[in-house]
Design a protein around this ligand. Structure first.
Ligand code: IPE
Ligand code: IPE
Ligand code: MG
Length: 236
C-alpha cells in the first residue's frame, strides 16, 4: 500500500453491537464488550499503519435516549476500558482526546478523560479521538456560542475560524469515514468535518469488523477520484 495515499484521518461509526448480540441470543452487553475488543484491534492496526488520526464514534448525544440500564452498561465499559488502556497509550505514544458534550458525563468519567488527555497531549504517534456524548449539531451550537461569547467580529468569521472553535480544533478533516452494520447515514457524526470525506459503508456488524476489512476500506478509498469541486482530481 502506497504511503502517500493512506488517509491521514479515518473516522469510524462503530455500529451493530446490539444486533450482533441479539442474533446470538445474547444480551446487548455482550455485543458492546465484543465491540470494545474490536476497537482495540483496529486502534492497533491504525497505529501500525502510521495513520495520524483515528476517530471512533462510541456514544452519540442521541444515545442518551436509550434505556438507562444500557446507558450505564456502556458508560461503565467506557470507563473500565479507558482505565485499562491508559498505560498502553503512554507506552505507545498515543495521544488521546475526547470530542463531545462532557456536561452529561459523570464527574468520575470526566476526570478520567481529562487526566488521560493531559498525560498524553504531547504524544506524537496516533491521535485517538473518541466521540463520547457527541453530536455534530451540538458541537456546532457550542462553537456558535463561543463565537458570540468571544465577541468575534463578523468579518473574521471564516471556515478556518469555525474549525478552530469545534471540538476537533487542530485536527485535519477525515478523508475516509466508515460505517458498519449496513446503515447508510451519518447519525450526527462529524457534520462539519465530513464535507469532503469519502464514505465506506459495509454490512459487517462492528464486532465482526476485522483489520482486513479496514485495509479493504482503505484500498477502496485509494481508488476514488477526489475532485473537491474541481474538474480533475487534486490533492488538498
Ligand atoms: C453501536 O451499536 C454502539 C453504540 C451506539 C453505543 P448499537 O448499540 O447501536 O447496535 P445496534 O445498531 O443496535 O445493532
Ligand atoms: C450511531 O449509532 C452512534 C454510534 C455508533 C456511537 P446509532 O445506532 O446510535 O445510530 P442510529 O440510531 O441507528 O442512527
Ligand atoms: Mg446502532
Amino acid at each position: 500500500m502506497q504511503k502517500r495515499t493512506i488517509p491521514r484521518h479515518i473516522g469510524i461509526i462503530m455500529d451493530g453491537n446490539g444486533r450482533w448480540a441479539e442474533m446470538r441470543g445474547l444480551p446487548r452487553l455482550e455485543g458492546h464488550k465484543r465491540g470494545v475488543a474490536r476497537a482495540r484491534e483496529i486502534i492497533e492496526t491504525a497505529y501500525r499503519m502510521g495513520i495520524e488520526v483515528l476517530t471512533l464514534y462510541a456514544f452519540s448525544i442521541e444515545n442518551w435516549r436509550r434505556p438507562n440500564d444500557e446507558i450505564s452498561i456502556i458508560m461503565g465499559l467506557l470507563e473500565d476500558t479507558l482505565k485499562g488502556e491508559f498505560n498502553v497509550f503512554i507506552e505507545k505514544g498515543i495521544r488521546f482526546r475526547v470530542i463531545g458534550n462532557r456536561e452529561r458525563l459523570s464527574g468520575e468519567l470526566r476526570k478520567l478523560i481529562e487526566l488521560i488527555e493531559r498525560s498524553t497531549e504531547s504524544n506524537s504517534k496516533l491521535t485517538l479521538q473518541c466521540a463520547i456524548s457527541y453530536g455534530g449539531r451540538d458541537e456546532l451550537i457550542r462553537a456558535i456560542k463561543k463565537l458570540i461569547n468571544f465577541k468575534i467580529p463578523v468579518h473574521e468569521i471564516t471556515e478556518d475560524c469555525i474549525s478552530k472553535l469545534l471540538d476537533t480544533a487542530g485536527i485535519p478533516d477525515p478523508e475516509l469515514l466508515i460505517r458498519t452494520s449496513g446503515e447508510q447515514r451519518l447519525s450526527n457524526f462529524l457534520l462539519w468535518q465530513s464535507a469532503y470525506s469519502e464514505f465506506y459503508f459495509t454490512p459487517t456488524l462492528w464486532p465482526d469488523f476485522t483489520k482486513e476489512e479496514l485495509l479493504e476500506a482503505i484500498y477502496d478509498y485509494q481508488s476514488r477520484e477526489r475532485r473537491f469541486g474541481n474538474v480533475c482530481s487534486q490533492s488538498r
